[in-house]
Design a protein around this ligand. Structure first.
Ligand SMILES: [Zn+2]
Length: 419
C-alpha cells in the first residue's frame, strides 16, 4: 500500500525528471520492430508467464466468509486476470503499523489473519480456477494447467510481535516474502516514511534493530524472500549486507526517475542487483512521476497559505489539517496528466540501463492504491507488454521482467534454505 507521497517531492526532483525523463524512449529502440507491434505484443504476452508481485485485498470486502473477489468492485478478480492475461499474483497479507504495544500487535495480527483467511477461501472456493503456489516449480506447474496462480506476501512484519517465532508458521501457510516495514518505524527496522504525526524522527534504530537482524537470518533459514519496499535506505542496505540470499523490492520505483523516498536510488539498485535480487516497478502514479514545475508552484502556494512552509510542520500535520490540505490540493492533478504506462516503463528502462534486465519486474499494487491510465485493472495487463514490445524488449526480456526474475529469486532463496 502506498502513502500520500505527493508531499515528498522537491524542486530538485522535478529538475531530475526534466533532465532524465525524456530520453528513455530513444535509448531502447527496437532493432527489428514487428510490422504490427500490437499483434506481436499479443503473441509475446500469451507466451509469457505473467506474474504480478503485489496485489492487495481490501479489508472491507473480505469480512466474514466473503470471497475477496466476488464484490465486482475490485481491480483484480479471476475474470479480469484471465481477460488481461495475468497468470498469477502475490496476494498481500498487509497490516498497517500501530503502536509497539501488545494491544497494537494483537490488532495487527487479527488483520493479518483476516487477509490470510480470505486468500485461503479464494483458493478453496475456486480450486478449479486458482491454486496456491509454494515454489517456482509449483508456479510453472499451475501455469501449465491454465489455472491462475496465487502466491502470498506479508507486508509489514509488525504483526509478528517482538519475536521471530511466527516466521515459520507464516512460511508453512504459504507466505513467500515478508516486507520488513510499512509507514512508520517498527520493532524490526526504520521505515522510508517515518510517522512524523506520532513524533517519529528520520531514524529509530539506525536501520535494522537487533530483532530485525534476527528476522533476516530467520527468513534466510526458513526460505522466505526479504522484501525492502517501504524500508529506509539504511534498513535496506543493512538487509542486503546481512541476507545470504537475494533481496527484492516488491513494489517500488527508481529514484533517479522519480525522486520519492519510497523509490531506490542507483546505489541501492546496484546493491540489490549484486545480491541477484529484483526491483518490481510499481504502477502507483506518485512514485512514477514527479510534480511538474507548475504543480510544484501550486503546492508551494497551498503550503504557504496554510502556514505549512516548514518541512516538519508539513510532515507532521494532524488529520484535520491534512483533510484541508488534500481538499486544497485536489486540482493539482489537473495541471499535468497523471503517470501512465510509458512512465512505468521509463522506470524499467532505467533499471535495465543501470543494472541489467535480470533485476527488474512489475507490480500493480491493485486494490492497494495502484492503477495508472492504460493499466487501470487486471484486464488491461497486456497494455504493459505492448509498451515493452514498443521499446524493443524481446520475448526473452519480457519473460524475465514479467516474473522470470522473481521466480529465479524464489528458487534461489528456497534452495538456500534446503541446504
Ligand atoms: Zn505497500
Amino acid at each position: 500500500m502506498p502513502v500520500n507521497s505527493l508531499k515528498k517531492t522537491s524542486l530538485f526532483s522535478v529538475m531530475v525528471l526534466i533532465l532524465t525523463g525524456c530520453s528513455q524512449a530513444e535509448t531502447n529502440t527496437a532493432s527489428d520492430p514487428a510490422a504490427s507491434p500490437a499483434l506481436n505484443a499479443k503473441t509475446i504476452h500469451e507466451n509469457t508467464l505473467v506474474l504480478d508481485s503485489h496485489i492487495d485485498l481490501e479489508l472491507g470486502l473480505i469480512a466474514d466468509d466473503m470471497d475477496p473477489w466476488s464484490s465486482g468492485k475490485t481491480l483484480t478478480d479471476l475474470e479480469k486476470m484471465k481477460a488481461g492475461g495475468m497468470d498469477g499474483a502475490f496476494l498481500i497479507v498487509f497490516s498497517p503499523q500501530g503502536d509497539d504495544t501488545s494491544e497494537g500487535i494483537a490488532k495487527a495480527a487479527d488483520i493479518a489473519e483476516t487477509r490470510y483467511n480470505a486468500i485461503k477461501r479464494l483458493t478453496e472456493k475456486h480450486a478449479d480456477k486458482i491454486e496456491l503456489a509454494l515454489s517456482a516449480d509449483d508456479t510453472r506447474r499451475i501455469h501449465k494447467t491454465g489455472k491462475r496462480i496465487a502466491l502470498i506476501g506479508l507486508e509489514n512484519a509488525y504483526p509478528l510481535g517482538n519475536s521471530v517465532d511466527d516466521v515459520s508458521m507464516w512460511f508453512k501457510r504459504g507466505v513467500r516474502y515478508i516486507g520488513i516495514t510499512h509507514v512508520g518505524h517498527n520493532q524490526f527496522g526504520d521505515s522510508s516514511n517515518p510517522s512524523y504525526k506520532k513524533g517519529e524522527t528520520l531514524s529509530l534504530h539506525g536501520g535494522l534493530s537487533p530483532l530485525g537482524k534476527d528476522l533476516i537470518a530467520t527468513m534466510n533459514a526458513v526460505g522466505l524472500i526479504v522484501d525492502v519496499s517501504h524500508a529506509s535506505k539504511s534498513t535496506m542496505m543493512q538487509a542486503i549486507t546481512l541476507s545470504k540470499t537475494p533481496v527484492i523490492a516488491s513494489h517500488s520505483g527508481a529514484r533517479a526517475v522519480s525522486d520519492n523516498v519510497r523509490n531506490l536510488d542507483d546505489e541501492q539498485l546496484r546493491a540489490l542487483a549484486k545480491t541477484g535480487g529484483v526491483i518490481q516497478i510499481v504502477a502507483y502514479g506518485p512514485y512514477l512521476k514527479d510534480l511538474t514545475p507548475a504543480q510544484q508552484a501550486f503546492k508551494d502556494k497551498v503550503r504557504k497559505e496554510m502556514g505549512l512552509e516548514d518541512d516538519m510542520a508539513f510532515l507532521s500535520m494532524d488529520a484535520k489539517t491534512e483533510d484541508l490540505y488534500d481538499f486544497k490540493m485536489k486540482d493539482v492533478s489537473k495541471l499535468s496528466p497523471p503517470a501512465n504506462i510509458s512512465d512505468l516503463v521509463d522506470h524499467i528502462d532505467h533499471v535495465v540501463k543501470t543494472v541489467g534486465v535480470d533485476y527488474v519486474g512489475i507490480s500493480s499494487d491493485f486494490d492497494g492504491g495502484g492503477k495508472i491510465p492504460g493499466w487501470m485493472d487486471a484486464s488491461e495487463t497486456m497494455n504493459v507488454t505492448e509498451e515493452l514490445v514498443k521499446r524493443g524488449y524481446s520475448q526473452e526480456d519480457i519473460d524475465k521482467i514479467w516474473g522470470g526474475n522473481l521466480l529465479r529469486v524464489l528458487e534461489t532463496v528456497q534452495e538456500y534454505a534446503h541446504e
